[in-house]
Design a protein around this ligand. Structure first.
Ligand code: COA
Length: 207
């Protein structure tokens, strides 16, 4: 179910708190108490609960962009590419970025960029040298975003998209279902002092 964010009259987000901030916009790890708000706007509650549980097990980070008290975007950073999505080769050893999504009424204001920046910084903070993701071959807007942020073709043959998540209905994705894998080296990415899911909000040193 969706709704809410657009009624607040989106403007240019500003940065305020958290790893990635822009005026009033804030990207941070989802906390359990925030799950209902995210389930009301971004993803089904079953998906949100599953992601929180996987985050608790330190398998992924669920990063949400907030504008005021409203969740307006999200990205899931898997510590490693889920085995069900394996494509063979070194790409499988990299952290995997999934479900980059911004509510339609909040797009074209830099939120998608901020979400990627946060995911990349979090991976760099753990010492990862690169990240990977898969984008639909028909999703020109997303492809432009990734190219702008330095993602390049991983050299893996195009394949059908898959998701490992319960109740994930592909809502919000655009494209034709065939994806290409992209990778980005993180050498130049600044590692953020980033809390792990288990440490809560306590800052930790970047590696
Ligand atoms: C892809 C997606 C996440 C991008 O999110 P976004 O918040 O619109 O991304 P950004 O705002 O950072 O960048 C989008 C555009 O806005 C522009 N932009 C960013 N800040 C801006 C600002 N302040 N003023 C004007 N334009 C701005 C960017 O330059 C970019 O331009 P482009 O379309 O020419 O490339 C979003 O379109 C989305 O959720 N799509 C559906 C889900 C999806 O396809 N996800 C990808 C799955 S792989």
């Amino acid at each position: 179910m969706r709704g809410g964010a657009g009624q607040r009259g989106p403007g240019r987000p500003g940065h305020r708190t958290g790893l990635c901030q822009s005026g009033a916009m804030d990207v941070r790890l989802l906390r359990p108490e925030e799950a209902p708000a995210v389930a009301a706007t971004l993803r089904h509650r079953i998906v949100v609960a599953d992601r929180l549980e996987r985050q608790r097990r330190d398998e992924c980070l669920y990063l949400v962009a907030w504008e005021g008290g409203t969740p307006v975007g999200q990205v899931l950073l898997h510590r490693r590419r889920p085995s069900a999505l394996a494509v063979a080769g070194v790409v499988d050893l990299l952290p995997y970025i999934e479900d980059v999504f911004v509510l339609p009424e909040w797009r074209n204001r830099g939120i998608g960029t901020a979400l990627l920046e946060a995911a990349e910084s979090a991976a760099a903070a753990r010492g990862d040298r690169g990240v990977s993701l898969a984008v639909s071959t028909g999703n020109a807007a997303a492809r432009r975003l990734y190219t702008r942020r330095g993602y390049v073709d991983a050299g893996v043959p195009e394949h059908r998209h898959a998701s490992t998540e319960p109740g994930f209905d592909d809502e919000g994705r655009s494209g034709n279902g065939t994806v290409v894998d992209l990778v980005k080296r993180l050498d130049a990415v600044t590692a953020a002092a980033w809390p792990t899911a288990r440490e809560g909000d306590r800052p930790r040193d970047a590696r």
